[in-house]
Design a protein around this ligand. Structure first.
Ligand SMILES: [Mn+2]
Length: 451
């Protein structure tokens, strides 16, 4: 039996990988960088647990396999990008699937040179002796490095006290700025996740449980072509929405409840991160609508303020001011806007930040501050904008008619040269949301439930 390796990258993916490696090597100069693949899962399912490649490793290598190591040596005369992989092994492939192997990995992934993993200890010391800096991740959980540690400690470079820098810092700065291949993946992930959110709206009705809605949501994600979720789905009915990371998803949805869904799926390793909130019975109550419109206004105005040079803290302040004004107007907060903002009393209702970087990881990498100064937004950065209002049940000094309402609305935004592009096409205006709820065709509804 000879299994065919199924990893095939498109020309544009390969070009993107080559560009990233070139940019990366420009940043490491005369250094050497060493980066390992993620370890096999150590869950009870062992080798059969779902394997998710390390995002930094994937970003530079495109390699899906575990037990692999990338080395970048910009000053090497013959080859600059090197990959160590396991040699093909028929028995392992019988149980665990095909491997690229030493002979094919170079062509598949566009590396200058590929060696068997067993040659690592022979090859690396020589390269180390020519570099002036070592870039790697020395954190203790990088078990795979245990074999490398003595090599690095014993190298001439280390004996001369050369610096070891964190390889991930360099990669994270690159990952903060998305290239065309990444943007395409984020767009696609958003289209799929948006359809899934809309299908959940169409499916929902009083009497179904949160996990039933979750099943529809996630089945649309997978059937539309996404192989995995970006993070565990939050499907929170009624006052469960006031718990920010609720994901029990076990409660029954009742007439009059809002349902908050925060869920996203991946496309080619890039994830969407979308939140929508809608009425289970298809009609917002007066209180729900008032708070929803307020959250939506703050979201739309924050997105409109995104452009190169703007800062996340300014957007946070803008959204906070709009929410504070609205909460005062509706009687949930008392006092002047300046007083409320000064004492941060609006944070009782909006306790989280407005957004975060988005990419391969849902809370994506990249520094928010450089030398303790906040960095401005630049074209190519992707960010979520997700204001919310949560009125905890039993909140003192707030009329009980507001209690238990939790609302968040979240879109995924690319910073462009002139402003921004919203990747999230999912319905969010109250009228659009209301006209979707409960409209799933009887045939499809029957497919999704048996009662
Ligand atoms: Mn988010």
């Amino acid at each position: 039996m000879k299994l065919e390796c199924r990893t095939r990258l498109s020309e544009s993916q390969l070009n993107a990988l080559r560009r990233r490696r070139k940019d990366f090597m420009n940043l490491i100069g005369n250094g050497i960088a060493i980066l390992p693949a993620a370890k096999p899962g150590d869950s009870p399912a062992g080798d059969r647990a779902t394997y998710r490649q390390d995002s930094d490793f994937l970003y530079l290598t495109g390699c899906p396999e575990t037990q692999a190591l990338a080395v970048f040596i910009p000053q090497h005369p013959n080859f600059q990008s090197v990959l160590f992989v396991r040699e093909r092994d028929a028995l392992s492939e019988l149980w665990n699937g095909p491997m690229m192997g030493v002979s094919d990995a170079g062509a598949i992934l566009g590396f200058d040179q590929v060696f068997a993993l067993s040659e690592m200890e022979k090859k690396i010391p020589e390269w180390l002796s020519h570099a002036d800096t070592i870039f790697w991740d020395s954190s203790p959980e990088q078990e795979f490095f245990e074999q490398l540690r003595p090599l690095l400690q014993g190298s001439r470079l280390r004996r001369n006290g050369a610096e070891i820098l964190n390889v991930r810092d360099v990669i994270h700065e690159l990952r903060l700025f998305k290239d065309d291949v990444e943007l395409e993946a984020l767009r696609r992930a958003n289209q799929i996740a948006s359809s899934a959110h809309e299908a959940a709206m169409q499916f929902v009705r009083p009497g179904v449980s949160e996990f039933q809605v979750q099943a529809v949501l996630e089945s649309v994600m997978r059937s539309a072509g996404s192989s995995q979720l970006g993070y565990p789905s939050i499907v929170a009915g009624g006052s469960n929405a006031c718990c920010l990371h609720y994901n029990l998803n076990t409660c029954r949805l009742d007439e009059g409840d809002l349902l908050l869904i925060d869920a996203g799926c991946e496309w080619n390793f890039y994830t969407a991160d979308i939140t929508r909130t809608f009425p289970v019975s298809g009609k917002f109550t007066g209180e729900q609508r008032a708070l929803y419109d307020l959250v939506l206004e703050s979201q739309i105005k924050s997105i409109a303020a995104i452009k190169p040079g703007a800062k996340l803290s300014e957007l946070n302040d803008l959204a906070g001011r709009i929410l504070a004004e609205g909460l005062i107007h509706l009687g949930l907060l008392k006092g002047s806007v300046e007083e409320v903002l000064e004492k941060k009393r609006h944070k009782d209702f909006f306790p989280h930040g407005l957004g975060h970087w988005l990419g391969m990881d849902v809370h994506d990498v990249g520094r928010y501050r450089i030398k303790n100064v906040e960095r401005p937004l630049e074209p190519g950065m992707c960010v979520t904008i997700e204001p919310g209002i949560y009125v905890q049940p039993g909140t003192a000094d707030v009329d009980p008619r507001w209690h238990g309402i939790g609302i968040r609305i979240e879109d995924n935004i690319l910073v462009t040269a002139n402003g921004s592009e919203n990747f999230t096409p999912c319905a969010k205006a109250t009228s659009d949301v209301e006209s979707l709820v409960g409209t799933m065709s009887p045939q499809l509804s029957t497919f999704f439930r048996t009662n």
